[in-house]
Design a protein around this ligand. Structure first.
Ligand code: HEC
Length: 133
């Protein structure tokens, strides 16, 4: 019962603070919380999103390397140059609408950029930051 109340409170809070939400993003944020994440912090998400690290091949890489600095505009894969539609849910209505897709790309991109999977907290922060764009 306590858990149910916590989840309901979480949704109420998420609805009042998140600038944008989809059923998929709400559900994922709840599952990150269930996995131990604390309050999602968009500022921390922004820092993580922009943090540059040296990748496996010696190049500097961050989330913006492919998604670009302006999330309302399309980005491009830094190696294949394939266009990546805007990450902002306002500019791209398909963003963050599919839980499996979000999780798949978090997994792949966190490994690509940081050499490891993102934690539930990092994903909650990043997703909250992205939803606000
Ligand atoms: C090597 C290029 C590349 C980098 C670097 C990259 N991404 Fe991506 N990302 C993609 C591609 C390609 C897609 C899938 C195409 C699409 O969704 O338009 C994607 C999709 C996503 C999605 C899915 C969005 C949705 O609508 O479901 C998320 C979340 C995401 N990336 C987060 C990140 C994060 C966080 C980082 C930094 C840790 C990052 N990406 C770095 C290429 C990249």
């Amino acid at each position: 019962m306590k858990k149910i109340i916590a989840i309901v409170c979480f949704f109420a809070l998420a609805a009042s603070t998140a600038a944008f939400a989809t059923p998929a993003s709400d559900s994922l944020l709840a599952s990150y919380k269930a996995a131990g994440a604390g309050k999602a912090d968009a500022e921390k998400g922004k820092i993580d999103w922009n943090r540059e690290v040296v990748g496996e091949d010696g190049d500097t890489i961050s989330c913006t390397t492919c998604h670009g600095k302006d999330l309302s505009k399309a980005g491009a894969h830094h190696k294949t140059h394939k266009v990546i539609q805007p990450m902002s849910p306002r500019a791209n209505a398909e963003r963050f609408t599919d839980e499996k897709k979000i999780e798949k790309w978090f997994k792949r991109n966190c490994k690509d950029v940081w050499g490891r999977e993102c934690t539930a907290q990092e994903k909650a922060d990043l997703l909250t930051f992205l939803l606000a764009q």
